[in-house]
Design a protein around this ligand. Structure first.
Ligand SMILES: CC(C)(COP(=O)(O)OP(=O)(O)OC[C@H]1O[C@@H](n2cnc3c(N)ncnc32)[C@H](O)[C@@H]1OP(=O)(O)O)[C@@H](O)C(=O)NCCC(=O)NCCS
Length: 171
């Protein structure tokens, strides 16, 4: 049986997880550099945590983009290079999330993902806006949020710390 694909970009596929993804995702999420600017308290991830995360989304079996979470696959290599998804934030206004393996940074991949998530989510769901929330020091993440067309809303407190907020609404 083939795995459900959420979207495809020139270089990437974003698909549902399978249990075969545990080792590759663990390799990425066990690197402390990936968590340097994130709020994830249990980091770097251990193998059990990675497996629990994957099982959670396999059980959810989301087939629409409203609150999808999936594996990012580099088409050329077939490798799992990270995760992305939409986290519930406000009613019909989720927050975009992405974490890529360090060796895949600065290839334009997050920008490619973000643009496709925005266009496909607005096209296929009733979501009216998407937030981008980044640590003010997370220059790479903030650069991507600008590049995908989000508007900077300033720095606000969120879950006990200051974060830079970005937003794009459905046109
Ligand atoms: C944030 C992240 C997803 C970006 O992914 P990416 O595929 O490298 O992003 P892109 O290649 O599309 O764009 C990165 C941009 O940031 C810029 N950048 C990278 N590091 C930078 C730095 N230290 N200072 C300033 N700009 C920086 C790059 O130059 C590039 O911009 P450009 O195309 O204008 O040159 C990736 O770095 C990552 O996974 N980080 C760890 C997890 C994380 O912080 N996620 C975000 C919060 S959930």
């Amino acid at each position: 049986m083939s795995t459900f694909v959420y979207m495809e970009t020139p270089h990437l596929l974003i698909r549902q997880y399978t249990l075969n993804d545990v080792s590759e995702l663990f390799e990425i999420m066990s690197n402390p550099k990936v968590h340097q600017y994130t709020k994830d308290k249990n980091h770097p991830w251990d193998r059990l945590q990675t497996e629990r995360y994957i099982r959670f989304f396999i059980d959810k079996n989301f087939t629409t983009l409203d609150c999808f979470h999936g594996a990012v696959i580099e088409k050329a290599s077939g490798k799992l290079i990270g995760l992305t998804g939409l986290n519930p934030y406000k009613e019909r206004e989720p927050e975009i999330e992405w974490k890529l393996g360090v060796s895949y940074w600065n290839k334009g991949y997050a920008t490619e993902i973000g643009k496709e998530v925005i266009s496909k989510t607005f096209e296929t769901t009733d979501i009216i806006g998407i937030y981008g929330i980044a640590s003010p020091e997370n220059a790479a993440s903030r650069s991507v949020l600008q590049k995908i067309g989000m508007t900077y809303l300033g720095v606000h407190e969120f879950r006990g710390q200051e974060d830079a907020f970005y937003y794009i609404g459905k046109k």
